[in-house]
Write a protein that binds this ligand. Structure first.
Ligand code: NAD
Ligand code: TDX
Length: 327
């Protein structure tokens, strides 16, 4: 049986990926995760895997784990834009140096790597337009987070071209679903209302994100691992790149019976992300299951309502930090 090394497998998308991959049963799964504030062993409860606590920047550890696996799926990252504005340094370290460390190990041992990137490396699109990001869109990152993700993508492509490393890259849009940290937009609003507080909309709320359920993202990653062409890049999106933040908040308020307020905007706030997923649909036959965003949102709300013990601990500290920046 093949062994898959999953970095960042105790985080939001990574843990949902490990659960899905374990259900499909195609590989033995080893998780490498530093368990930062965003990583949580409880996310993997009941899922068959082996766990190693450590950093993707630890070269000897990474070398040993890569030597003993067949394929690496690289989710580990500092992932929150607002945190990258407060302190960019862990973003440079984990996202850039960590990816470099993995690339050197897969190069030495001739292993395959799938690199999880984001739509944010392409910058943003104007509100009101209908153009979308393709795999050929120019890189134009706006935040320290997206700049470090862009840097890591460039390293992967350079290692493919210069050293013949066997790698694929995917750019996905905004994920939502169970186990997402309460610092992020959708879980923050759900848990605010469940706590009796209003939802918090940055600025006007006219910004657009191309929301995708985490299971659809991870199903696409599995399709790339199974059928993707080495050296290629695939955009992943579910066709929701027209829904504004205000509409999402209004839907959450309607479903939970809450209210919202406008708070200070994010500096440099990206306006619109919309993905063109024609390539992965055509080449790999991938299709999202959650074609109606509101179905996935209702399921996610139910999950948070039933798992207060999972999110309550992190909530107080997160809200204290947001309050300090007027958000
Ligand atoms: P997350 O913050 O929930 O999880 C990140 C995980 O990485 C955590 O378990 C954390 O402990 C771990 N980690 C952090 N630094 C590490 C290090 N130095 N070594 C090992 N592990 C470390 O993030 P997420 O939302 O699940 O995002 C996962 C990946 O998907 C990231 O690469 C992110 O850029 C990308 N992505 C996220 C989204 C989204 O909407 N959340 C969209 C597109 C792409
Ligand atoms: O309280 C809030 N109110 C609000 O209006 C928060 C936390 C966010 N927002 C807005 C900012 C964004 O326009 O909601 C939108 C989504 O915000 P985030 O959840 O912080 O996501 P975003 O900055 O778009 O980045 C996400 O998608 C791409 C992930 O965090 C990244 O890891 C991924 O690469």
């Amino acid at each position: 049986m093949r062994t898959m090394l999953v970095t960042g497998g105790a985080g939001f998308i990574g843990s949902n990926f490990v659960r899905l991959a374990a259900q499909r049963g195609t590989a033995r799964i080893v998780v490498l995760d530093a368990l930062t504030y965003a990583g949580n062993r409880a996310n993997l409860e009941g899922v068959e895997h082996e766990f190693v606590q450590g950093s993707v920047t630890d070269a000897p550890l990474v070398d040993d784990l890569v030597r003993h696996c067949d394929v690496v799926v690289h989710f580990a990252a500092e992932s929150h834009n607002d945190n990258s504005l407060a302190d960019p340094s862990p973003f440079v370290n984990t996202n850039v140096v960590g990816t470099f460390t993995l690339l050197e190990a897969v190069r030495r041992h001739g292993k395959r790597l799938h690199h999880i990137s984001t739509d944010e490396v392409f910058g943003d699109l104007p509100l009101g337009g209908d153009e979308a990001f393709t795999e050929q869109s120019p890189y134009r990152p706006s935040s320290p987070y997206s700049a470090t993700k862009a840097g890591s993508d460039h390293l992967v492509r350079a290692w493919v071209r210069s050293f013949g490393v066997k790698a694929t890259v995917s750019h996905c849009s905004n994920n939502f679903g169970p186990y997402q940290h309460v610092e992020k937009f959708i879980p923050r609003q759900i848990t605010n209302i469940l706590s009796g507080a209003p939802a918090k909309l940055y600025g006007s709320g006219a910004q657009v994100r191309d929301w995708i359920h985490v299971d659809d993202h991870n199903d696409a990653v599995l399709a790339i691992l199974e059928r993707g062409r080495l050296g290629e890049t695939y955009n992943i999106g579910a066709g929701h790149g027209h829904i504004t933040n205000k509409e999402v908040v209004e839907m959450i308020c309607e479903l939970l019976g809450g209210t919202y307020e406008h708070v200070a905007d994010r500096p440099g706030h990206d306006q619109r992300y919309t993905m063109d997923a024609t390539k992965i649909r055509g080449e790999l036959g991938w299709r999202p299951q959650y074609t109606d965003m509101w179905v996935g949102l209702e399921k996610t709300i139910t999950w948070y309502a039933e798992h207060e013990d999972w999110w309550r601990g992190a909530k107080v500290g997160v809200e204290k930090r947001y309050a300090e920046s007027g958000q």
